[in-house]
Design a protein around this ligand. Structure first.
Ligand SMILES: *[C@@H]1O[C@H](CO)[C@@H](O)[C@H](O)[C@H]1NC(C)=O
Ligand SMILES: *[C@@H]1O[C@H](CO)[C@@H](O)[C@H](O)[C@H]1NC(C)=O
Ligand SMILES: *[C@@H]1O[C@H](CO)[C@@H](O)[C@H](O)[C@H]1NC(C)=O
Ligand SMILES: [Zn+2]
Length: 562
């Protein structure tokens, strides 16, 4: 393996695309046209040119010890306001548990007075926050950076397991501790510090910058991002943003050869909670029917689990692009696998062989390619001598990129219809007319459990010359110029988000949506996601600020064809 992959896999040519009166100022940089043989095209690293002096000044500032202490203090302060969001929260104004967001706003106002006095700040639905930094060039679509103010509640039973109290915000010289330190207050605070630092240096953007901070990403999302989305679409119009960056996975360091893989997510799986209820007359259990509602429900659950969804692996899908990058650049992949992946670009039999190989070797891959189903809730029955009148399950689905809510509905109906017919029960599915034995009092009723079905997201284009290249080039540059950089190269690979973020509300605002947080795999989640001992490396937060600063400056001096 060559020691510096990034120079091998990226061509050096910079592409200049003149644009209007700024042709001499803005050069579209970093774009490398994919060759027919490059299954994982890479871009050059991209750092500000017009603003190179400003950029250098900020880099100097960010590496100073007192700046770093300020960063640790600000993130610690943000963590100390326990902005927990709960699944059973009533709307803002009807539930006093939202009041703590007022304290969080006061903390932000006192920590970032320059941001509050220089930017237009809008409160959407009382606690949602939108910061508007007007650019001077109306032809450039604004940039949207998102994060969320809320955190997953701390289970009081686990408070004793925390090395430092969950809302301490304590900095121990390496880690900043507490719920929200990583998810997602570090994104939020890093964005504000980057903007604050740019304001203090006198930077005046050409491209408008908008920051949007929801309040219930960890629960429904409807009170925060749901309302902010409506406000943003009304204010700026549909498809009005150049691109959107929200939280997501970061980058991983390959311990074997020091290669870094960064994986911004360009799409997100869909979501569907399906409730299946079986209803029948009650009665004394000394004269039971052959199958009680619980028995019927059990047959349904067995049928579901025996019939998982098919895995799909189309060449146009994100999983295919992701696999091509991993195989092409992971030094552990065998020559045989590399050849197979190459052949799969055009040959259908090889594509199928590759799919089967990957499904067998990597459970995460299986999850990526399939609509998953998990029977997560079951209840029924009240008394041991009474027949259960109702038995219920709720099945959680994460819908594959190329599938849909309608596909899931069809899958379930096709499985349950024969059971309903065999047992002479009527089937009512998703509000459609009864499908068997209409009018029979023994019923199977299938519905969207909470009315929260979500289609898989649109897939962000990765065509050369667009925002994907700008993001990829910025990630590369932020890593390569870091004091911590100690790698043999960087590969940026598009990925598929398995969970959902606030971006699910923002589809109308831009086709270019990314989910990415600029952390290494050893920087955040001391213990794992949403559990005890959440912590983030102090130095990683500074890297985060460097990344956002570069992203803002690069976006300001790059024309994006969107
Ligand atoms: C099925 O249900 C229908 C409608 O209630 C009823 O007329 C019929 O006798 C039932 N058949 C069986 C085999 O239970
Ligand atoms: C960089 O990585 C090499 C190889 O893993 C290691 O020997 C060296 O100590 C590292 N240097 C730093 C500054 O982390
Ligand atoms: C997106 O636009 C469609 C069509 O105008 C509209 O029905 C929908 O409510 C919008 N979605 C959001 C989240 O605002
Ligand atoms: Zn989050």
């Amino acid at each position: 393996m060559p020691s510096n992959l990034s120079t091998v896999f990226t061509a050096a040519a910079a592409l200049l695309i003149p644009y209007g009166p700024w042709a001499d100022v803005w050069a579209y940089r970093g774009v490398v046209a994919p060759t027919p043989f490059d299954a994982c095209p890479q871009v050059d690293s991209l750092s500000p040119r017009v603003h190179s002096i400003l950029q250098a000044r900020l880099e100097g500032l960010y590496s100073a010890g007192d700046f770093k202490s300020t960063v640790h203090e600000k993130l610690g302060g943000a963590v100390r306001v326990a902005t927990e969001s709960y699944d059973d929260m009533l709307p803002v104004g009807e539930d006093p548990r939202w009041d703590v967001f007022q304290d969080f706003h006061l903390f932000l106002e006192s920590s970032f007075p320059m941001v509050y006095s220089s930017l237009r700040v809008t409160k959407v639905n009382t606690y949602g926050l939108v910061f508007h930094w007007q650019g001077s060039e109306p032809l450039l679509k604004p940039l949207l950076l998102a994060a969320h103010q809320d955190v997953v509640p701390v289970d009081p039973d686990t408070a004793g397991q925390w090395i430092h109290p969950p809302y301490s915000g304590h900095y121990d010289g390496t880690w900043i501790w507490g719920r929200g330190s990583a998810d997602d207050k570090s994104d939020l605070i890093a964005q504000l510090i980057a903007v604050d630092s740019l304001i203090k240096q006198g930077f005046k953007p050409l491209r408008t910058i908008v920051l949007a901070f929801g309040i219930d990403e960890e629960s429904a999302g409807t009170e925060g991002a749901g309302r902010i989305a409506v406000y943003l679409e009304k204010t700026y119009g549909p498809n009005s943003f150049a691109f959107l960056l929200d939280e997501g996975d970061g980058y991983g360091e390959n311990v074997h050869d020091g290669l870094i893989f960064a994986s911004p997510a360009i799409s997100e799986k869909g979501y569907f909670d399906v409730k299946i209820e079986v209803r029948a007359a009650g009665g004394h259990s000394s004269i039971p029917p052959r199958h009680t509602t619980i028995g019927v429900l059990s047959q349904i659950v067995v049928a579901l689990e025996n019939t998982p969804h098919e895995a799909a692996f189309p060449r146009s899908g994100t999983a295919f692009a992701n696999a091509q990058c991993a195989i092409a650049h992971d030094p552990k992949s065998s020559l045989w696998l590399k050849r197979l992946a190459r052949k799969a670009l055009t040959d259908d039999a090889s594509l199928e062989e590759l799919k089967q190989f990957l499904l067998k070797s990597d459970p995460v891959f299986d999850t990526m390619l399939k609509t998953t189903q998990a029977v997560d809730i079951i209840y029924g029955g009240a008394k041991v001598n009474a027949l259960p009148e109702v038995a219920t399950v709720i099945v959680n689905h994460r819908i594959a990129e190329q599938s849909s809510v309608a596909d899931v509905e069809q899958h379930i109906v096709q499985l349950i219809l024969p059971i309903a017919s065999r047992l002479n029960m009527s089937l009512h599915a998703f509000g459609l007319p009864p499908m068997s034995n209409a009018g029979h009092e023994r019923q199977i009723i299938i519905t969207d459990a909470f009315g929260t079905a979500l289609e898989p997201s649109p897939v962000t284009p990765t065509k050369p010359g667009g925002p994907y290249d700008l993001l990829a080039g910025t990630i590369k540059s932020a890593l390569e110029t870091s004091e911590r950089y100690n790698s043999t190269g960087i590969i940026i690979s598009p990925s598929l988000g398995l969970g959902n973020t606030d971006t699910r509300f923002y589809w109308n605002l831009t086709r270019h949506i990314f989910r990415y947080s600029h952390y290494g795999d050893r920087d955040d989640y001391f213990n794992g996601l949403h559990t005890v001992n959440e912590a983030v490396r102090g130095e990683a937060v500074v890297e985060h600020i460097r990344f956002f600063t570069k992203l803002i400056l690069n976006s300001d001096e790059t024309h994006l064809f969107v």
